[in-house]
Design a protein around this ligand. Structure first.
Ligand code: NAG
Length: 492
């Protein structure tokens, strides 16, 4: 709770102060009402096997451990099957494996005759040396082994089979590829004795090959989607998937990418980290170490732009984007919780310093800048992580447009491309970035959850409870806050 209190205090305080400078009357828009997002549990990993997926799809090992301890028995018991469920298939090529040597696989819900395919890559950060991988194996084995995967999986959000949850793709051929290679879907390294395999990129390849008898070559559109590390996996593999389908003589298939919360920034750490465990390594450190361990393959054209040893740049969307050929849609919260976590921003209330607060605001600004030239983008100014597999994914809006609608408009732009429309249709936009400046200035933002208790944080009540602190803080900063609580009166 403390971290969030501190964070929110500073967000709103700063906003009040800057508003006061512009306007003698405090005139602050209300924080998000937290009406939404009670079901942030709408992760794609939800299934009837009672396997709880932590609220964040890309959690530090410690958080995962905590939530695993809290979650009920993991034993996969026989479940009521429904036609809605996706069914587990193991790869035919049994030498393409998860980290521990068990054969990798995918979940499939077929829609015979439908020419739209969505192939979804699961997220869950990565491991990049013996220590981090051993800890991961101990704590979250399903991300490294297929040995305990349930037989079926229920899709949520864009993977849902229900029209009301998923108006455009409920009837698509839907494939969920569990993440069990811990390599941001980039690896090609088979298992050695006493070592782990890292075969993420090869797993995607084998999944596509195994889908040929299921009719993927007759598809009109194959959309490779992913959240978090899975989103980065889309960036890294999309052009290879397109090339493979060409190789398989499915040239008519249009390959597209949907990257959710996988657009990370390689910002400098706010403090010197020595990179000994998962929490102290910056993303860049982790990726540099991981590249060698995983025997990672990177998109060829991007790789050519950097000299040997600097290829790690190609893990970051804004450096990779311009060299990719396949069309991409990028979904990204401007204040991505995971980006903040891997930058070690999650500190106690006493240690959240002014420079860290500035850092958070900068993140939003830099994220926005990095997305400016992306043709298709949906970026709400919220603190959150992952979107497309949340059950309530339709609730979030940017400039009054929901993500399913924006995706639909993006789809339409391909149909109308015969008319060589360069600019999107006025009435059907798909370049949507919030212009307001602070986290949760968008009233449709999802609820914030406390990381240690998992409880929902009511932003407004939290701030009201901290009223005294708010005034004290303002005095410390020697600025007349006017009435800091005034912000709740205006349209409270
Ligand atoms: C299985 O996958 C491995 C690794 O990509 C590859 O070397 C091998 O040729 C594949 N086997 C078959 C039968 O496709």
């Amino acid at each position: 709770m403390k971290f969030w209190e501190a964070l929110l205090l500073l967000f709103f305080l700063s906003e009040v102060l800057s508003q006061n400078k512009r306007n003698p009357k405090p005139n602050v828009r209300t924080p998000a009402q937290n009406r939404k997002g009670a079901s942030s549990s709408g992760e794609a990993g939800r299934s009837l096997s009672a396997e709880e997926v932590p609220p964040v799809a890309l959690p530090p090992v410690e958080n995962v451990l905590v939530s695993q301890l809290r979650s009920p028995s993991q034993a996969p018991h026989p479940v009521l099957k429904s036609v809605d469920d996706m069914k587990l298939c193991f790869l035919r090529n049994t030498s393409v494996t998860c980290n521990d040597g068990t054969t990798a696989g995918y979940y499939l819900r077929e829609a015979k005759g439908n020419k739209f395919w969505i192939i979804f890559l699961e997220g869950g950060w990565c491991c990049y040396n013996r220590e981090t991988c051993d800890a991961r194996y101990k704590n979250i084995r399903r991300l490294m082994s297929s040995s305990e995967w349930p037989q079926t999986k229920r899709g949520t959000g864009i993977l849902s089979a229900h029209l009301d949850e998923n108006p455009h793709w409920w009837n698509a051929n839907t494939v969920f590829v569990p993440y069990c290679s811990s390599d941001v879907w980039s690896g090609t390294q088979p298992k050695g004795r006493h070592e782990y395999a890292f075969m993420g990129s090869l797993i995607i390849r084998e999944v596509i090959k195994d889908l040929v008898p299921k009719g993927i070559k007759q598809a009109k559109v194959v959309m490779l989607a992913g959240t978090s590390a899975g989103g980065t996996g889309v960036l890294l593999n999309i052009d290879r998937v397109a090339a493979l389908l060409e190789e398989l003589e499915a040239e008519a298939v249009q390959v597209r990418g949907l990257v959710d919360s996988g657009w990370f920034l390689d910002v400098k750490p706010s403090r010197q980290a020595d990179c000994v465990d998962a929490t102290s390594c910056t993303p860049t450190d982790a990726i540099k170490k991981g590249l060698r361990l995983w025997n990672a393959i990177l998109p060829e054209k991007c790789k050519q732009q950097f000299k040997k040893g600097d290829e790690w740049h190609c893990f970051f969307g804004h450096k990779l984007y311009s060299s990719l050929r396949s069309p991409l849609f990028v979904v990204q919260w401007l204040f991505d919780e995971e980006q903040l976590r891997i930058e070690n921003i999650q500190l106690g209330i006493q240690t959240l310093m002014e420079n860290q607060w500035n850092h958070i605001r900068n993140l939003g600004r830099e994220m926005k800048n990095s997305l400016r030239d992306v043709a298709a983008v949906f970026a709400p100014a919220c603190l959150s992580h992952t979107l497309i597999t949340k059950s309530n994914w339709m609730d979030f809006q940017v400039k009054s447009v929901s993500l399913p609608r924006a995706l639909h408009c993006w789809e339409r732009s391909f149909q109308e491309s015969a008319k060589t429309l360069k600019t999107p249709l006025r009435s059907c936009p798909f370049h949507l970035i919030d212009s307001c400046q602070w986290p949760h200035c968008n009233p449709t933002c999802p609820a914030v959850h406390d990381h240690t208790t998992g409880q929902e944080v009511n932003v407004k009540q939290t701030l009201l409870r901290m009223g005294l602190d708010l005034q004290k803080k303002a005095q410390e900063l020697k600025v007349d806050p006017g009435n800091p609580m005034g912000m709740f009166r205006n349209g409270g």
